[in-house]
Ligand binder design. Structure first.
Ligand SMILES: Nc1nc2c(ncn2[C@@H]2O[C@H](COP(=O)(O)OP(=O)(O)O)[C@@H](O)[C@H]2O)c(=O)[nH]1
Ligand SMILES: [Mg+2]
Length: 185
């Protein structure tokens, strides 16, 4: 009996579907943790600023995603590269309602696209907080794209999607793009 149990757990480990590693990155307060839990639990989960990382497994359209949300405060951003190996995709979350820090986000994006350890990882940019009123300064996805200089990116497959972690709008469209692109690889 004991051998049987041991054998079956070994079997499970050998044949468990490999995780497709996705890093959720962005400045602090962009909405990374809210997006992680909206996607994986379908709900808004109140979260304190992330120290370290949150790791969730999420099965979607046959892909076993390992979603890793890393803390975005400046002291933590320097540790991001420890997670780069074997990354299939990066979800870069932007606070569309924080235009004054868009250039800082662009600088972080430049570091990401120049990081050799990231290889050919896909880049999904989520222009988050689209539920907030444009009249009060919230940028459109096109404005976020322009501010980040996305069209200047060479040799990286990218997509930008407007979304709201509060309503859920746009998030699954982003995941669909990832699944489609991963299937082509
Ligand atoms: N209005 C609005 N607020 C959001 C949205 N996403 C996140 N927030 C809020 O932004 C704050 C920071 O979110 P959090 O997920 O902790 O950001 P993180 O530091 O990137 O992990 C929280 O108060 C969230 O409730 C969104 O789509 N719309
Ligand atoms: Mg967080």
């Amino acid at each position: 009996m004991l051998t049987l149990v041991t054998f079956s757990s070994l079997w499970a480990r050998l044949f468990a579907k490999r995780e497709t590693k996705v890093l959720i990155l962005g400045l602090d307060n962009a909405g990374k943790s809210t997006i992680l839990y909206r996607i994986t639990m379908g709900a808004v989960v109140a979260s304190a600023p992330t120290v370290g990382s949150n790791h969730e497994i999420y099965e979607y359209k046959g892909v076993r995603f390992g979603l890793i949300d890393l803390g975005g405060q400046s002291s933590l951003r320097t540790t991001w590269n420890q997670y780069f190996a074997d990354t299939a995709a990066i979800i870069l979350v932007i606070d569309s309602n924080d235009p004054s820090r868009l250039s800082l986000a662009k600088a972080e994006l430049q570091k990401l696209v120049n990081a050799e350890e990231l290889g050919t990882a896909l880049l999904l940019v989520l222009a988050n907080k689209q539920d907030l009123p444009a009249a009060e300064g919230r940028l459109t996805p096109a404005q976020v794209s322009e501010g980040l200089g996305l069209t200047d990116l060479r040799e990286r497959e990218w997509q930008i999607m407007g979304c709201s972690a509060l309503t859920g709008n746009g998030l699954m469209e982003g995941m669909d793009w990832l699944v489609t692109k991963l299937e082509q690889r």
